[in-house]
Design a protein around this ligand. Structure first.
Ligand SMILES: NC(=O)c1ccc[n+]([C@@H]2O[C@H](COP(=O)([O-])OP(=O)(O)OC[C@H]3O[C@@H](n4cnc5c(N)ncnc54)[C@H](O)[C@@H]3O)[C@@H](O)[C@H]2O)c1
Length: 241
């Protein structure tokens, strides 16, 4: 779903940049004699990489920021000079947001709310009519001014900045999303049907890692911590099944 949301973020952002949507009236590719739009992607994980791929394909000038040098190195190896990679820190972020037409929020800190990288005060630094697509909204969002929106009303404008904050972006392309999700999950379903719960969990560590609740026990450390409930490791629960 992150692959799909990342790809969609550029489609949604390009549409929101149109004048009738409240955007700057900027075409991502520019035109002969007119420079392309500047797209800034915050977070170079699955969403960020897929956003960058589509933005580059549409002819934009793309910069991606991440906290992990390993992630930036892999992106540079993959995209070469078509993509600018930057280590994420506050001063770099400030200089980049002021020249961006479209900003994609794609950061994730596993088990925690997304860090608010762009504050309300920072919005005054952005170009009027710039667009932010906060894909990380399902984890609280990485822009302070983000609030969840729906496919029916996907955007709102605050301080002259168009905000797109749909919490379930892949739902808009349900056919593609269903096929992609089924491709990823079907092997697990077949495993479960063929082997039964205990054998499937024992033989596949990935499957065991996905165990959330069993026999009344909460087996996800992150969920248990956020809910202030006790946690029992999947391995321990497996022994009782
Ligand atoms: N809205 C939707 O429909 C939708 C769909 C899919 C995913 N998401 C969300 O998108 C977000 C990103 O998902 P993902 O699969 O790409 O995660 P990921 O773990 O693959 O990537 C997250 C990246 O953020 C980076 N990061 C963490 N803190 C950072 C910081 N301060 N500055 C810059 N980079 C930082 C990490 O190093 C990592 O590379 C998640 O919140 C996920 O839940 C939303």
């Amino acid at each position: 779903m992150s692959e799909i949301a990342g790809r969609m973020s550029i489609q949604a952002g390009a549409h929101s940049l149109e004048k009738a949507q409240g955007g700057r009236g900027t075409l991502l590719s520019g035109a002969p004699g007119v420079p392309p739009a500047n797209v800034l992607v915050l977070g170079g994980g699955v969403v960020g990489k897929n956003a960058a791929k589509i933005a580059i394909g549409m002819g934009a000038n793309v910069t991606i920021m991440d906290k992990s040098v390993a992630v930036l190195r892999a992106l540079e190896d993959q995209f070469g000079s078509k993509l600018t990679t930057l280590y994420s820190n506050r001063s770099c972020l400030i200089s980049q947001i002021s020249i961006s037409d479209l900003i994609i929020g794609a950061v994730l800190v596993p088990g925690a709310a997304a860090p608010k990288l762009v504050t309300r005060d920072d919005l005054s630094l952005l170009r009027s009519g710039a667009v932010i697509v906060d894909v990380a909204i399902d984890q609280g969002g990485c822009f302070e001014t983000s609030a969840p929106t729906t496919h029916e009303h996907p955007t709102f404008i605050m301080d002259d900045i168009v905000h797109y904050c749909v919490a379930n972006m892949p739902g808009a392309v349900a056919r593609t999303s269903t096929l992609a999700l089924t491709n990823a999950t079907m092997p697990y379903v077949i495993n479960l049907a063929n082997k039964g719960i205990k054998r499937a969990l024992t033989e596949d560590p990935g499957f065991l890692n996905g165990l959330s609740i069993a026999k009344g026990n909460l087996c996800s450390a992150e969920v248990a911590a956020s809910q202030n409930r006790s946690f029992v490791s999947p391995k321990k629960v497996l022994a009782t099944i």
